[in-house]
Write a protein that binds this ligand. Structure first.
Ligand SMILES: C[S@@+](CC[C@H](N)C(=O)[O-])C[C@H]1O[C@@H](n2cnc3c(N)ncnc32)[C@H](O)[C@@H]1O
Length: 280
């Protein structure tokens, strides 16, 4: 995982859930788990997740790759990043179009934009944008979520699918707070677009996203500093900032330039360059 020079070493929020790392009993997964536990500064569980586990979440290395499991729910209900199969992989194979709301929001009039996804989470949006041709720097401040995303990107690269490899090669992952990254960006590295999808209180999305959202919320809580991130993003993006919100949520800043509304989400676009609404 890349740690940007300008960003302090990331840590999970203090007072967050107790997390342990576990292999699945094989020599290989146990040694990978030990290395990951050391890297993330988390305790290592020296056996599988059966039996009682004194933790709120288990970061488990098994047949499906790296998975974040709530020991109180079914073992199959873990959160992991699958860009090969899964809903995200399926979306790629079934064809994506730049005329969808997310594509129109980031804007392709000048060709595929360079983009910082400052709230990468599990990387679904970063992946969709890379599928559409964008070059994406994906920034995530939760080291555990970043580890899940790194694992998913790695398995996609190892899949042997050349088209998929080309997509994930357009994504580079940074672990840390995007506010630090954006504040220290040299002018030459300023992206065309900064994309934001912060956590909001009481968000409701699809059934799959709900499971992920519940575990992610346990980990990262609500992103109460989203307003500050938006202000910084607007000072850095060459063309626009795209803020994803629930369809019915109030705007985070009132001077939205353009809105694209999908079935359940809305993209509020804040133009930062010379483009005017209607020219996109
Ligand atoms: C709703 S999730 C994003 C989901 C993502 N768009 C996806 O497609 O999977 C919000 C994520 O943004 C991250 N985040 C919020 N503020 C951040 C910041 N300033 N720097 C880095 N990550 C941030 C949170 O840790 C959380 O994982």
């Amino acid at each position: 995982m890349a740690y940007n020079g300008g960003m302090p070493a990331p840590q999970e929020k203090s007072g967050g859930p107790r997390i342990v790392v576990s292999g699945n009993g094989t020599e290989l997964t146990e040694s990978v788990a030990a290395a990951l536990a050391a890297r993330l500064g988390l305790p290592l569980l020296a056996r599988g997740i059966e039996g009682s586990v004194a933790a709120d979440l288990v970061l488990c290395i098994g047949a499906r790759g790296l998975e974040l499991v709530d020991p109180a729910s079914r073992p199959s209900a873990g959160v992991h990043v699958d860009l090969v199969r899964g809903a995200t992989g399926h979306r790629r194979r079934s064809g994506l179009s730049r005329s969808q709301p997310i594509g129109r929001a980031v804007g392709f009039r000048h060709g595929p934009p360079t983009l910082v996804d400052a709230t990468a989470g599990l990387g679904r949006d970063a992946f969709l944008l890379a599928c559409l041709g964008c070059t994406v720097v994906a920034v995530e401040r939760s080291p555990v979520l970043a580890a899940l995303l790194e694992d998913g990107l790695g398995r996609a690269r190892a899949s042997g699918d050349a088209a998929l490899t080309a997509v994930v090669d357009r994504i580079s992952l940074r672990v840390g707070d995007a506010r630090s990254l954006l504040a220290c960006l040299p002018p030459a590295d300023r992206p065309d677009v900064v994309y934001l999808d912060p956590m909001y209180p009481h968000e409701e999305r699809s059934a799959l996203a709900k499971k992920e959202m519940r575990v992610c919320r346990m980990l990262v809580g609500d992103d109460a500093d989203a307003g500050e991130l938006l202000r910084l993003a607007r000072s850095v993006a060459r063309r626009r900032v795209v803020l994803k919100r629930h369809r019915l949520a109030p705007a985070l800043a009132d001077d939205v330039s353009i809105r694209y509304t999908g079935r359940s989400v809305r993209y509020d676009v804040y133009l930062t360059g010379t483009e005017r609404p209607g020219e996109e």
